[in-house]
Design a binder for this molecule. Structure first.
Ligand code: AP5
Length: 226
């Protein structure tokens, strides 16, 4: 299966991606995680990305397209992958289409902006593993410690309220048009168009997961019969 997870910052894409990847044995291509790794390693890409990410802005399309195209060509992506955070602009979506990268399904996790602010301002992460917690919705067993390693959790630089609101502004302007883009493409009846499904992201983590299972199980079953 080749899947795109779409949704505003903090909609729960990373949370659900971890589950989908484990359950359906798919590699996750998370552009945010790739960029954060580059920042912490201090590579030229990371140095370029740091200021833009901290201020809630997107990186240039050409750079992101090249990054993802290289990743998709890796052997572990031959049987499928899960894109989390890409495409995020119309030019990025057009690049995938132009390169004829087959996508089976686009899953949008739809969530209201005020809920996003609550979620992101309470988010804490374990940088080494990417495990994600929330102070109230998904607290660690020991306050501020990772459940598996006991290491200290941190707040992402871009999870300050003023930056969260800027990321939401950028989302509405540059990423939300992808919803119409994929819906319209599906309506054309083009055999290459991915199916488009929206799930209710305002529900609990478990309920969102259940909605995704209901979408994916028939797909994975059909693929296993091919
Ligand atoms: P990225 O890391 O992709 O950030 P994002 O899209 O803003 O997504 P988040 O990781 O913030 O949120 P999420 O949807 O994964 O939510 P999560 O599961 O953690 O990108 C960061 C930056 O990199 C961008 O701003 C940009 O600068 C750059 N970038 C990346 N890709 C790019 C691209 N393609 N082009 C250009 N630039 C790019 O959940 C959030 C919180 O809510 C957690 O605390 C979680 O525990 C909690 N939670 C999750 N689900 C629920 C639920 N159902 N109920 C209650 N709480 C929940």
């Amino acid at each position: 299966m080749r899947i795109i997870l779409l949704g505003s910052p903090g909609a729960g894409k990373g949370t659900q991606a971890k589950f989908i990847a484990e359950h359906y044995a798919l590699p996750i291509i998370s552009t945010g995680d790739m960029l954060r790794a580059a920042v912490s390693q201090g590579t030229p890409l990371g140095q370029h990305a740091k200021t833009l990410m901290e201020s809630g802005q997107l990186l240039p399309d050409e750079l992101m397209i090249q990054l993802v195209e290289e990743r998709i060509r890796a052997p572990d992506c031959e049987a499928g992958f899960l894109l989390d955070g890409f495409p995020r602009t119309l030019p990025q979506a057009e690049a995938l289409r132009r390169q004829k990268v087959p996508i089976d399904l686009v899953i949008e996790i739809a969530t209201e902006d005020e809920e996003i602010v609550r979620r992101l301002s309470g988010r804490r992460i374990h940088p080494a593993s990417g495990r994600v917690y929330h102070l109230h919705y998904h607290p660690p067993r020991i306050p501020n410690r990772d459940d598996q390693t006991g290491e200290v959790l941190v707040q992402r630089e871009d999870d300050q309220e003023v930056t969260i609101r800027e990321r939401l502004r950028v989302y509405h302007q540059q990423t939300k048009p992808l919803i119409a883009y994929y819906r319209d493409w599906q309506r054309t009846g083009d055999a290459h168009a991915p199916a488009y499904v929206q799930v209710d992201g305002s529900a609990s983590v478990d309920h969102v997961r259940q909605q995704i299972i209901e979408v994916l199980n028939p797909w994975s079953w059909a693929q296993s019969r091919k």
